[in-house]
Design a protein around this ligand. Structure first.
Ligand code: ZN
Ligand code: ZN
Length: 490
């Protein structure tokens, strides 16, 4: 996915510094219009509703502002020129945020998955474990990073403990386990739903005189999944009781605007008839109990690295698909459902401000990890080096898989590129989501200038014949009570 602001000069007036440029990527999406037109109104409304007058936390406002500037040339750009044909291109900066911006979050997803498959996960079958919690606990997790961290770690420990027990029964001494955990803050309907996707090797690692190697374990049974879920519930119940007794939730319960926005965003849309008839049960490797659930039904084979990459991308995916957003005729937002509901509904239709509030409830707070490595993959693991040697270097799966079309920083890389420092071209490719230094003529482009001063950017853009308007918020609308009919006599 492009950063939304890649411009290319059409007529190849070789050697001339100026020429006509043409936009190559669509820039004003539905989401962009939504944020530009309605964000200030929403923020003002929430400030108005807040007794303290603060409104949403600053990080939400910063995320909205950064998204609006992402890929817009008037906020700064890089100018590159081909050394062979002297053709030029300007590339806008991207926001690199992880909550709202579809192009930057998609980029992050592709990067994370490529990194995991190329550099972290050794050849082995992998199972996806998904742990979800009931709505009240989702809100606790959304607000409380320590709880999110603890719950994720608890799931990793419970699955690891079960795997090690099975391994020891099979006569494997000192089995080692590990997991990569993706914290997803959203459900499938642009709703706040903090839950955990774990990618776990379907076996254990054993280190003996032959070195570190993988040992396959039997497929978990329904009873295993239910037993792990029961164990998780007991631990969570104990911790909740402890915290409630210590009054720890009273601080958290102070009703601020974000809490209200998150509670609204946690609404799931589903009618109550679709909730499960039984409180506790298990079926096809999915166990559920009192609103919690644990699913272990998805597995990828050891040889299928492309499927593993898709699984990692699924874990690291953005909160919503922007191509499913559309304006309705009466200027509301329609979000297309993956498949029609039994009642025939094909879209969720919402007021723009209401939809925006939902998105704001989902944006992750800054500096919280959304991907965690634990056990043998953890930062402190002494086996990380030995594990690296078990990561397949064969890239043949990439050619045949049409779904993996994102540019891959390490695509052409051999072992030499595994050095710590990435070359400039790789870094730029990561930032701009495209190899901007590769000219269609076959030559290499070099950077002529990096323009960060908006005033200078506009002067230059005007000379290039490109759009110079920055992307700005529309002012907040007046509150509804001001919308009284005009009296011409006044
Ligand atoms: Zn060229
Ligand atoms: Zn962005």
């Amino acid at each position: 996915m492009l950063a939304g602001g890649l411009y290319e000069r059409t007529s190849g007036a070789a050697g001339q510094p100026l020429g006509s440029y043409q936009r190559r990527a669509p820039e004003r999406t539905v989401l962009h219009e939504l944020v530009a037109r309605h964000a200030q109104s929403m923020l003002a409304e929430l400030r108005h509703a807040d007794p303290d007058g603060g409104g949403l936390p600053r990080y939400v406002e910063r995320e909205l502002a950064a998204y609006l500037r992402c890929g817009i040339l008037a906020h700064g750009f890089t100018r590159v020129r081909c050394q062979t044909c002297h053709d030029e291109m300007v590339v806008a900066f991207s926001c690199k945020r992880r909550g709202l911006c579809p192009s930057c979050t998609s980029r992050r997803m592709a990067d994370t998955a490529a990194h995991l498959v190329d550099r972290v996960l050794p050849a082995a079958p992998y199972r996806q474990w998904v742990f979800t919690v009931p709505k009240p606990l989702r809100l606790v997790l959304a607000r409380n990073p320590a709880w999110t961290r603890w719950t994720g770690a608890l799931v990793v420990r419970a699955i690891g403990a079960w795997q090690r027990r099975v391994a020891r029964k099979r006569g494997l001494p000192t089995p080692r386990t590990g997991a990569v955990t993706f914290v997803q803050r959203f459900g499938g309907l642009v709703n706040l739903n903090v839950h955990f996707h774990l990618v776990v090797p379907d076996g254990v690692f054993v280190d003996d005189d032959q070195g570190l190697r993988f040992e396959l374990l039997p497929v978990p049974t329904n009873a295993d999944v239910l037993a792990i879920l029961d164990r998780l519930l007991r631990r969570i119940a104990r911790r909740l009781a402890m915290h409630a007794n210590a009054g720890a939730f009273e601080d958290d319960a102070r009703p601020d605007v974000l809490a209200q926005v998150q509670a609204d965003a946690a609404t799931t849309w589903r009618s109550s008839t679709e909730t499960r008839a039984t409180v506790r049960g298990v079926e096809r490797l999915r166990a559920w109990c009192e609103g919690f659930s644990l699913h272990a039904g998805v597995v990828v084979a050891a040889h299928d690295r492309a499927a593993l990459e898709r699984l990692c991308r699924y874990g690291a995916r953005p909160a919503f698909a922007q191509e499913r957003l559309a304006w309705t005729a009466d200027a509301r937002i329609a979000y297309k459902l993956k498949r029609p509901w039994p009642d025939g509904r094909t879209h969720l239709v919402m007021e723009p401000v209401a939809f925006l509030r939902r998105l704001c409830g989902i944006i992750p707070p800054p500096r919280r990890h959304l991907v965690r490595y634990s056990g043998i993959f953890g930062p402190a693991s002494k086996d990380r080096h030995a594990l690296r040697a078990l990561v397949p270097t064969d890239r043949s799966h990439e050619a045949g898989d049409a779904r993996c079309t994102e540019p891959r920083p390490s695509q052409t890389a051999g072992p030499a590129s595994r050095a710590r420092r990435l070359p400039w071209a790789d870094l730029l490719r990561r930032v701009f989501a495209d190899d901007v230094l590769q000219c269609p003529c076959g030559g290499r482009r070099c950077i002529v200038a990096i323009v960060t001063d908006p005033a200078l950017a506009r002067v230059l853009l005007a000379r290039f014949g490109l759009a110079t308007e920055p992307s700005t918020f529309a002012p907040a609308r007046a509150p509804p009570q001001a919308d009284l009919p005009w009296d011409d006599a006044l």
